[in-house]
Design a protein around this ligand. Structure first.
Ligand code: A3P
Length: 341
């Protein structure tokens, strides 16, 4: 039943929805759907949703927003370097997570508490590093860089009127595969599903931050706003140099060809995967991620084909076609349109 939570409407997951979720994960999270599009968030969101909504913004704030596993980290580093005079030394010495508070990271606290159990020392450590971002950001010097997987409608009120947003979108078939591998490697979710079982949850919009298409469409509709830059993962993969120049135009920066060459080398998959300032290798040390996990994993556009059987391909194409009807939004893999064959 619909209820009000602060400024948002909220509907708890039904028993049936939670049962579907439980087939994939064995952690203790409970979920709610927020706002008219019913965005799925764990109940932990409710603790600070109003702090996020009413967070004071500054004109030089830069958000990097996306549905998870769409190339957020890659885009964050690209944006940060372009905004910060290509200061590679600083980028290598300060973890990306410190340079970009994660706006809704606090939603993970209950799952981490569950994972950590009675280890009070670890718990204290996690609670300190996961202070709610609105609180952290209040004392962060300008310019601030903020990461979020929230859709545009759940970002702080008036974000585009004041701050700038770089939104990155990716073909949902690659997103699904990438989410699966990443979530499976996170101990806090205790995921035991096959990719096919996970995929069922994904295309039924039962994953955190779903519905996928509403998320992307909200940003797409605002793509021509002067404070918004809309990028595709596929475009970064195909021609990172051009994408970097678009980011520089957006941020009002100019660089030499040599500086761009160094930037592309820094952002190249093989170098990026080894870069300890961005690859979240500390998750393994903290015991949050399984040893086999890799935050920067394969880095391919169109790699989903190796993971889908014929039936999944058909159903997913139909899901995409239904959701993209009457829209000019298309995900390009290897520069072929995959949706309308
Ligand atoms: P895969 O799991 O398909 O490899 P996010 O940062 O939003 O979580 O997105 C993670 C995805 O972006 C992962 O996709 C990751 O490998 C990919 N990625 C990260 N850095 C990349 C880079 N430098 N080049 C290509 N892909 C990259």
């Amino acid at each position: 039943m619909e209820r009000k939570h602060g400024a948002y409407t909220m509907i708890p997951f039904t028993e049936e929805e939670h049962a579907k979720y439980k087939k994939v994960y064995s952690d203790e999270r409970q979920f709610v759907r927020i706002g008219p599009s019913g965005y799925v968030l764990p109940t932990g969101w409710l603790a600070h949703s109003e702090d996020v909504r009413t967070m004071p913004l500054r004109p030089d704030d830069v958000f990097v927003a996306s549905y998870p596993r769409s190339g957020t980290t890659w885009t964050q580093e690209l944006v940060w370097l372009i905004a910060n005079d290509m200061n590679f030394e600083k980028a290598k010495s300060i973890p990306l997570t410190d340079r970009y508070p994660f706006l809704e990271e606090f939603i993970f606290l209950p799952s981490l508490r569950w994972l950590i159990g009675n280890d009070l020392e670890k718990l204290k450590n996690i609670e300190e590093t996961m202070r709610p971002a609105p609180e952290v950001l209040a004392s962060t010097p300008s310019p601030r860089f903020i990461k979020s997987h929230l859709p545009m409608s759940l970002l702080p009120e008036g974000t585009l009127d004041t701050a700038r947003v770089v939104y990155v979108a990716r073909d949902p078939r690659d997103v699904a595969v990438s989410c699966y591998h990443f979530y499976k490697s996170l101990k806090k979710y205790a995921m035991r599903a096959t990719f096919k079982e996970f995929h069922e949850l994904f295309i039924n919009d039962l994953e955190t931050w779903a519905p996928f298409f509403e998320h992307v469409k909200e940003a797409w509709h605002q793509r021509n706003h002067p404070n918004m830059l809309f990028l595709f993962y596929e475009e970064l993969s195909k021609d990172l140099g051009s994408a970097a120049r678009r980011v520089a135009d957006f941020l009002g920066k100019q660089y030499t060809d040599e500086q761009y060459a160094r930037l592309l080398d820094h952002l190249k998959f093989d170098n990026f995967q080894k870069n300890t300032a961005v690859n979240l290798s500390e998750y393994k040390k903290l015991g949050i991620m399984e040893e086999y996990g890799n935050f920067i994993r394969k880095g391919k556009a169109g790699g989903w084909r190796d993971n889908y059987d014929e039936e999944m391909i058909r159903r997913t194409e139909q899901w995409m076609a239904d959701n993209l009807r009457d829209m000019d939004l298309r995900f390009q893999c290897n520069w072929e349109f995959n949706v309308e064959k």
